[in-house]
Design a binder for this molecule. Structure first.
Ligand SMILES: Cc1cc2nc3c(=O)[nH]c(=O)nc-3n(C[C@H](O)[C@H](O)[C@H](O)COP(=O)(O)O)c2cc1C
Length: 188
């Protein structure tokens, strides 16, 4: 698929078919991620790929966070929501936890974060071209030491995204955007 089609068709995919994503496909996506522009070639990205049983730990962490959103965690509603998130996580074929170095210099830290997110965008577009869907999540889970431990977060790094990857269960139309033309001034 042409890269422009892949970018235009990408949308966040919540439901996946059960088949696993071949390891070579994930390797290719990660190779695309690290092609992102990177000022001073700091290579600030690190990745952990969770498949199979390795997702169980993430499922527990996400379930705990979901429970924390409820005033009464023992309520039926809270338990059902927790179960749903646990099940959803176990059903994601692969999860890539994206990490970024925290440079001492503030400007480099910002540029490094930008590079990692540009790499993530590369990866997400490349996934579409392989027929894969992705869903990027951030939130409190990223700061949970249990997730850091699960993925072996190196010292001086932080988690910047948790990305689901899999073959979409259904084809979804891309979500609405204002046309870029409405948001652009042409000068000159
Ligand atoms: C940096 C970043 C963080 C995001 N974090 C979350 C998140 O924590 N939870 C979530 O449901 N979606 C998250 N998203 C996905 C957006 O909600 C999603 O891209 C948006 O709804 C537009 O939908 P689309 O991706 O299908 O175009 C995040 C996206 C980005 C770029």
């Amino acid at each position: 698929m042409d890269i422009i089609d892949a970018i235009k068709r990408r949308t966040s995919v919540r439901r996946y078919r059960p088949e696993p994503v071949p390891r070579e496909a994930i390797e290719l996506l990660l190779d695309c991620a690290v092609r992102a522009p990177n000022h001073k070639l700091t290579e600030p990205w690190r990745f952990a790929v969770l498949t199979g049983e390795a997702k169980a730990g993430l499922a527990e962490i996400r379930a705990r966070h979901r429970l924390g959103r409820y005033e009464d965690p023992a309520s039926g509603e809270a338990r059902a929501a927790m179960e749903k998130v646990r099940r959803e996580t176990l059903d994601i074929p692969a999860v890539i936890v994206i990490m970024c170095r925290l440079h001492d210099d503030e400007i480099t830290r910002e540029e490094d974060y930008a590079a990692v997110m540009m790499g993530t965008a590369n990866l997400m577009a490349a996934a579409v071209s392989l027929g894969l869907g992705t869903y990027l999540r951030t939130g409190g889970v990223m700061h949970d030491p249990a997730l850091g431990e699960l993925v072996g977060l190196p010292d001086g790094f932080r988690i910047v995204g948790v990305l689901s990857v899999g073959y979409p269960a259904e084809s979804e139309a891309p979500r609405r955007r204002r046309p870029a033309g409405d948001l652009t001034q042409w000068l000159g």
